[in-house]
Ligand binder design. Sequence first.
Ligand SMILES: [Zn+2]
Length: 277
Amino acid sequence: MRQILAFLLVVTSSTLLAQKIAITLDDLPFGYSGGFTDEQKIEAFDKMLHTLKKHKVKATLFVTTGNLNEATKAILDKAVAAGHQLGNHTNNHYDLNKVSAEKYIADIDSCRQLAGDWINSNYFRYAMLHRGNTRAKRDSVYAYLKEKGLLIAPVTIDNNEWVYNRGYSLAMKIGDHKNMDQIAKEYLYHMKEVTARYQKLSLQLTSREIPQILLLHSNPINADYLGKLLDWYKKEGWEFVTLDEVLEDEFYSIEEDYVGPYGFSQLDRIKRSRKSN
Ligand SMILES: [Zn+2]
């Protein structure tokens, strides 16, 4: 009897403690390629789709139409057919710290028009997560998004995956498999570290573990290692849920007023915002 109770306790607590996470991938059809041909990009994206399917993940994928050509439109077709949500990630991936609000808004609009056949959600994600280095710029883009019914897709687990991808892609280009393996190992270690960092920050700010939003990209390192990364989350007890579900959590209604040049996690935006009050 005692054993049964202990078992029930473990099952119940692990269910209660299941951490939720939404997976998002930016820069579709394909980000920094290290010289990939269109065929290789499509093949690499197929690997990511296969991994998502294996883990029963419905992800939210953000399109940068400047990366798109006739051949790679197939990637967007495949993403939609696989049941993923597609959102707007601008046309030219401008840095809002460096361009005017007008130019940035026109670029969001270009993406809306060019990817209108595929975009099937109202989500918008800022390039580099930069929301503007001045209040005026930030507020102009906010007003535009509101007018068009676009919803900001925040990130909580921000990370340097793109840096590892750059090294990995360069090593891949010259066929340096030893370096590729080493970089991949460091990439996975880094992701575990940043996940722990944002779990801790979540506890500090809200006294609980909020459902998280992971930022990743459609790129070579994830074509090869997304599977290993998702295996790890699963092993750690994380449950993969949709961005819609995560955003229902009250954490995402907390108002924050960070203005500045950094592309922060939503947790860091709130932390900074509190500090300045
Ligand atoms: Zn991006």
